[in-house]
Design a protein around this ligand. Structure first.
Ligand SMILES: Nc1ncnc2c1ncn2[C@@H]1O[C@H](COP(=O)(O)OP(=O)(O)O)[C@@H](O)[C@H]1O
Ligand SMILES: [Mg+2]
Length: 249
């Protein structure tokens, strides 16, 4: 039995313009790999972003390992060290080299010296196969390389869990695989990962649990096998059918 990492209770998010993105989400997220799937606009990013308070819920509770992250004296900086994030559009600083991009939070947030940070940055750049790009700037890299840098940057913080928001959606098709391979290696090394993705083959193969969301509500949670082979809910079936390429058969 895996341990719970997040406990999400009746979480609602209404944006200032009145859009209701989350309508009372109840969900446990366990250690391992969880993928979140669902139609565009269903609230996947909003849900993911509440987990490190890039979006603050308008109602409900989010418990991370027994601490309520919405408590007013909750230490958000400590939390964000533990909960890393990888964005669709990489979010690298264009005016900094790759090594400097990896160093900055280590120096500013973890208090490491420049030498310590650089050594750690270089070790993670080696892990993602980009040591030779360490002195380049982001615009000298391909999209796939930039995303591998963003993953290496998340790893330098030694996070307990990494959130991925459609990490391959902004990539040209030939670059998707190199990013998924890095993510697969992380999954195999036991990293806790919560991944919003449209890469259904990846979700099928590497998720311990799949969460289906629609219209700001959890539709169904189950193993990859159950969700993809034997979905219980009509809305899950409809979504999986809508993205399936079975019409080739
Ligand atoms: N900052 C925002 N302000 C207003 N509405 C937003 C904002 N971000 C997202 N939304 C709306 O909230 C809903 C859920 O969005 P999102 O979580 O981005 O969905 P998904 O990631 O599943 O595509 C959508 O209707 C979207 O337009
Ligand atoms: Mg999204």
């Amino acid at each position: 039995m895996k341990n719970k990492i997040f406990e999400i209770k009746n979480v609602k998010k209404e944006f200032k313009n009145g859009t209701k993105a989350l309508n009372g989400v109840n969900l446990y997220i366990n250690e391992g790999v969880t993928t979140i799937i669902g139609p565009s606009g269903s609230g996947k990013s909003t849900l993911l972003r509440t987990l490190n308070l890039l979006e603050k819920p308008t109602d409900g509770e989010i418990i991370y390992k027994n601490n309520n992250i919405l408590d007013k004296d909750f230490n958000l900086i400590e939390h964000r060290k533990k909960v890393g994030m990888v964005f669709q559009n990489f979010n690298l600083f264009p005016h900094l080299t790759i090594t400097q991009n990896l160093n900055i939070a280590q120096i500013d947030v973890l208090g490491k010296s420049l030498d310590e940070a650089t050594a750690i940055s270089e070790s993670y750049l080696k892990k993602v196969g980009l040591f030779d790009k360490k002195d380049n700037y982001p615009n000298q890299l391909s999209g796939g390389q930039k995303q591998r840098v963003a993953i290496a940057r998340a790893l330098t913080m030694k996070p307990e869990v990494i959130l991925f928001d459609e990490p391959t959606s902004a990539l040209d098709p030939e670059m998707i695989k190199e990013v998924l391979i890095v993510m697969k290696d992380l999954a195999n090394q036991g990293m806790n990962m919560i991944i919003v993705t449209h890469e259904m083959e990846f979700a099928k193969k590497f998720s311990n649990e799949v969460v289906v969301i629609d219209e700001g509500e959890i539709v169904e949670v189950g193993s990859a096998l159950q969700i993809f082979s034997n979905p219980k809910e009509q809305r899950t079936k409809k979504f999986i059918d809508s993205i399936s390429l079975d019409f080739y058969n």
